[in-house]
Design a protein around this ligand. Structure first.
Ligand code: F6P
Length: 574
């Protein structure tokens, strides 16, 4: 434990002032915009390629001033410095937290300066050694130099992993689909539900399939079970087609050509039968949910290639540098983190929507769920004392416009405050036109992305400014339904606009949210880099497994509810 006791945010003058403002707070975005013609420009900031408009947030100069003071009192900038310098700020695991080191370029002026040695290791040398190894392997697969055991080139890469060893790679793969090499496909198996691996492999040709077993610990039940199922599947498929006999030598040879691994536990990789030559390491200073830009992303490197991956890493680094060098007053991740604190701790928002207006980011909300909630869903602080305020909002979302036709009703007119981040790009990957139009609302030749973006702009406008009862009446609406058709407005949103969904922009977005999480975690005084809360369920699953498999004495030792449920399951199980 190297860290001092955290500041209790609730004891600061800034917190007390914010609590005073929140008491009876009556936001007035219409009035605020009318009174201040510069509001939009004053609250619009740039972080690398991301233009971020906070002006439709429930924020005033006074509120922002106190929030910034809170960030200063909590030492956000100092702790970020400590993090990127390799201090063991993950105190419960006594580890450095160095995901920012994964994207330090090989050359150039850097802070911390080179050589950057942490715990006796030159971090830059290690990171780039592994990156070069991943790049070399990816090039071999992409070029066809790496083949399966029968000499055919690899067409499908199946990543087997869960949590941070799945959500990041799958999200980025989906986000960067337009960059995927023709003839290559990646799939992702995560769930221990056998249907997952069954469905993902059902139509595959084993001779052209490469499995990547991605697991930081190489001890995760789901991943190792799926890896064994995949290995059996490979042997069976190759055996059935006559490409493999059932000698150990043949089987091991097939594993060597069809399995690689990404892990910090290379001894366990070897025990599984994967040649450590075909294993890519990383370090315990990379948390699972912060690892997409490590070798954990190997499936994506194969799919999009080393050059695009380098751009992806550069995108992260640009936002890391923004976070490090920009004064708090203009620091986008800090400002967004502070606004989240304002909404959740003072205005009592419980959740936060993330609404990407680009279909390619359709897994971004799911990815953020692990990043934000596994990081900040904590009830004790880094010194073991109880937190002094609520922590960890519930993050959720779906791509626009799908969400509009599903849950936006609640965001517009429900009783709960739901701050929402709207994310869009100016240039679509596929600029299609609706040549026909509908002859009414949609003109022939309509740019469909423009129509899509009209929705993006309309939603944040409607949420901010609403529609008054008088405006509804003025449309000739019957008095009885005026209340139902009125929109209160003052529903806070942040708009994030990027030029296009490049690898760099995807990296920038991830780093932005990593540092938002960091800002909030620092203010709450929690260790955002451990995840003890997932352990109990894992332990109990192993303990309960014999009972579920029919062991009567194991069943007997369960509590009455669990026992009855398992008994019912056993009755139903054919
Ligand atoms: O269950 C939580 C967790 O430890 C995550 O933090 C992690 O991303 C995931 O499991 C997978 O772990 P591993 O990469 O070690 O298989």
């Amino acid at each position: 434990m190297t860290e001092e006791a955290p500041v209790d945010p609730t004891s600061t003058d800034a917190w007390k002032a914010l609590a005073g403002i929140a008491d009876g707070f009556s936001p007035d975005l219409r009035g605020w915009f009318d009174a201040d013609p510069d509001r939009a420009s004053r609250y619009t900031f740039q972080a690398a390629d991301l233009t971020v408009d906070l002006s439709k947030g429930l924020v005033t100069e006074e509120i922002l001033g106190h929030l910034l003071q809170l960030a200063k009192d909590s030492g956000v900038a100092e702790r970020y410095e400590a993090m990127i310098s390799g201090e063991h700020i993950n105190v419960t695991e006594d580890r450095a937290v160095l995901h920012t080191a994964l994207r330090r370029p090989a050359t150039g002026e850097l802070t911390p300066a080179k050589p950057f040695v942490v715990d006796g290791e030159d971090v830059d040398v290690e990171v780039h050694k592994t990156l070069d190894k991943v790049f070399g392997f990816a090039e071999k697969v992409r070029s066809g130099a790496w083949t399966g055991v029968t000499g055919k080139r690899i067409e499908t890469v199946v990543n087997i992993g869960i949590g941070g060893s799945d959500l990041g790679p799958v999200m980025v793969y989906e986000a960067l689909k337009p960059y995927v090499q023709k003839g290559l496909e990646a799939r992702f198996v995560s769930n221990i539900d056998p249907s997952d691996i069954y469905e993902k492999t059902a139509d595959l040709d084993a001779e052209t399939t490469l499995f990547i077993v991605a697991s930081k610990t190489f001890g995760t039940l789901e991943t190792l079970t799926n890896a064994r199922l995949a290995r059996e599947w490979l042997w069976k498929q190759l055996g059935d087609s006559g490409a493999l006999d059932d000698s150990d030598e043949a089987r091991n040879g097939a594993v060597a050509k069809h399995f690689v691994a990404v892990s910090t536990a290379l001894d366990k990789v070897k025990a599984f039968g994967i040649d450590p030559e075909n294993a890519f390491g990383f370090w315990d200073w990379v948390g699972g949910r912060y690892s997409v830009d490590s070798a954990i992303g190997t499936s994506v490197v194969i799919a999009i290639g080393p050059d695009n991956w380098t751009e992806f890493l550069n995108g992260f680094h640009a936002v890391d540098e923004h976070m490090r060098t920009t004064p708090l007053e203009e620091n986008v991740p800090v400002l967004m983190g502070l606004l989240n604190v304002w909404y959740s701790n003072f205005l009592k928002a419980q959740s936060h929507a993330v609404l990407p207006y680009t279909q390619y980011l359709h897994r971004f909300p799911a990815y953020l769920q692990q990043l934000t909630m596994e990081s900040n869903g904590k009830m004790v602080r880094w010194d073991g004392s109880p937190v002094t305020t609520d922590t960890g909002e519930i993050f959720w979302g779906e791509p626009g416009t799908n969400g509009q036709h599903a849950f936006y009703q609640l965001i517009h007119q429900g009783t709960r405050l739901i701050p929402a981040d709207f994310i869009a790009v100016a240039n679509p990957a596929h600029p299609l036109k609706d040549d026909t139009g509908d002859g009414a609302a949609v003109a022939p030749g309509q740019d469909v992305h423009a129509l899509f973006m009209a929705n993006f702009f309309a939603q944040t406008k409607a949420l901010a400014f609403g529609k008054t009862a008088d405006e509804v009446r003025a449309e000739g609406t019957k008095e009885a339904v005026v209340p139902a058709r009125t929109f209160s407005g003052n529903r806070p949103t942040t708009s994030i606009l990027a030029p296009e969904l490049t690898p760099s922009v995807v990296g920038q977005l991830i780093a932005l949210y990593e540092h938002i999480v960091f800002t909030e975690g620092t203010i709450w005084g929690i260790d955002s880099f451990d995840q003890w809360g997932v352990e109990l369920g894992k332990q109990l699953a192993l303990q309960i497994a014999p009972a579920v498999d029919g062991d009567a004495s194991a069943l007997e030792s369960q509590d009455s509810s669990t026992k009855a449920l398992i008994a019912r399951y056993l009755e139903l199980r054919k």
